[in-house]
Design a binder for this molecule. Structure first.
Ligand SMILES: *[C@@H]1O[C@H](CO)[C@@H](O)[C@H](O)[C@H]1NC(C)=O
Ligand SMILES: *[C@@H]1O[C@H](CO)[C@@H](O)[C@H](O)[C@H]1NC(C)=O
Ligand SMILES: *[C@@H]1O[C@H](CO)[C@@H](O)[C@H](O)[C@H]1NC(C)=O
Length: 409
């Protein structure tokens, strides 16, 4: 396979073309495609490695680094202590850090000849997943159901391009080179802002496949990825033209964030759990099993248990500092953001709505997005927090692209 080394960007792993419901046979490289021109391609995807240098004010981890899971248990009870001075021992101070990371990304666009509206959706996944949350690579027995769960396939079929990336510390994004004791909200936030600017500027290095420059750019997030997208437009209201926040709400009092969420993950040191996580330092944690992640992500009976098993088997570790650092949604709300803003969450979202999103998404979401044109909140039926993995996920994908289309995006 031909690798193209460029001054700033490394294009890796070639080009993939898939149909709306990919099977192993029609997931092809470009070369195979020319050998089989009758395959009906709908999307082209290319993988990228993007070096980014970012400066951020990072919290410093104040506890001893973990040697075993009892140390992790001690972090859980310290980080969730009701006494602020004990809680503060987890993040006793800050330090300004400049570092260079490699971000692994995937850019998918409509195949040549298909409708393209030149709008790029920059997608940030949440904790416990990697960028494949937006386009899961399901096992053979579930492959035929990809269409139900692939946000990318849906968006591309509606003419959108999707730029998804692994958050810092996840799989292809400097995970073994970067400590889980440093990966946190503030460096993740600077990364999404930088990526948004690069995507907006366009060009072959960042949006390969002759895409050129996007007409419009939209941030799309899930969960922690939504929080990052929200803070990005709070800090820089002109960053993008629209923002779609899934598995999210700004209403902290009606949520299970904090104590319940941290404990609900039932975290364990990732490198002690699975060989495939060797080389990650002990600051990377994973949920103990799929039954614990079901508390956070799934609502019975609105999902296929086989998908919960798949999600658990493919979970991505997260950094302890991602769950130890945060920022108030009310601190600097995006009131001056003038683009289109959508919050869409499963009705039963447990971490962000404490299991019932009615009257939660727009309160105070509508006040925080007072300048958005328009702001919309959708409580999506029959789904929990892991929206894309519920049986009716596709309806939520359609609600998102309808919202964008209706608002000129
Ligand atoms: C870190 O950077 C921030 C923002 O630029 C600045 O306000 C602050 O004084 C810096 N802190 C230190 C310790 O250098
Ligand atoms: C839940 O636990 C059972 C028993 O250990 C296990 O067989 C099953 O795979 C788990 N479910 C998920 C979704 O991980
Ligand atoms: C959060 O949601 C609750 C439940 O609907 C509501 O009573 C409360 O006013 C909301 N908080 C804010 C700040 O809007």
């Amino acid at each position: 396979m031909k690798n193209l080394l460029q001054p700033m960007f490394l294009l890796v792993a070639g080009v993939y073309i898939t149909t709306a419901a990919p099977t192993p046979d029609n997931v092809e490289s470009l070369l195979q495609r020319s050998a089989n021109p009758r395959a009906s391609q709908t999307k082209i995807c290319q993988d990228l490695k993007i070096p980014l240098t970012v400066t951020s004010t990072n919290y410093v981890f104040g506890l001893p680094h973990f040697n075993n899971d009892l140390d992790v248990a001690n972090w859980v009870v310290t980080a969730t202590n009701r006494n602020p001075s004990i809680k503060k021992t987890v993040t006793p101070g800050t330090k300004n850090i400049t570092a260079t990371y490699t971000i692994g990304a995937r850019f998918c666009q409509p195949a040549p000849g298909k409708k393209s509206n030149k709008v790029v959706l920059l997608a940030t996944h949440g904790i416990g997943f990697d960028k494949s949350y937006w386009d899961p690579n399901l096992p053979a027995e579930l492959k035929s159901e990809t269409d139900k769960y692939s946000f990318v396939d849906h968006a591309v079929s509606r003419g959108y391009a999707v730029f998804s990336y692994d958050r810092l510390g996840v799989v292809s994004s400097s995970s073994r080179q970067t400590s889980g004791y440093t990966v946190q909200i503030n460096n993740q936030l600077e990364i999404v802002k930088k990526l948004a600017k690069l995507v907006k500027a366009g060009g072959e290095n960042i949006l390969p496949g002759k895409f050129g420059n996007p007409k419009k750019t939209v941030l799309v997030g899930h969960s922690f990825g939504s929080a990052l997208s929200y803070f990005a437009v709070s800090d820089e209201p002109d960053l993008v033209d629209g923002v779609v926040l899934t598995g999210f709400s700004t209403n902290i009092s009606a949520s299970n964030q904090g104590t319940a969420l941290v404990a609900g993950f039932v975290p364990r040191i990732a490198n002690l759990m699975e060989k495939k996580w060797n080389g990650l330092d002990s600051g990377y944690l994973a949920t103990v099993d799929g039954n614990s992640s079901a508390v956070i992500f799934f609502q019975q009976p609105d999902y296929d248990p086989a998908i919960a098993e798949f999600a658990a088997a493919n979970q991505a570790p997260f950094a302890v500092m991602e769950l130890s650092t945060g920022r108030e949604f009310s601190f600097n709300p995006p009131v001056t953001f003038k683009g289109a803003a959508l919050i869409i969450s499963g009705k039963y979202d447990w971490p962000f709505c404490a299991g019932d999103c009615d009257d939660v998404l727009a309160n105070p979401g509508a006040q925080y997005f007072a300048g958005a044109r328009p702001f919309k909140a959708i409580v999506y039926p029959k789904a929990g927090h892991g929206l894309n993995f519920h049986l009716n996920a596709k309806g939520s994908f359609k609600a998102i692209t309808d919202f964008l289309y209706e608002n000129g995006l």
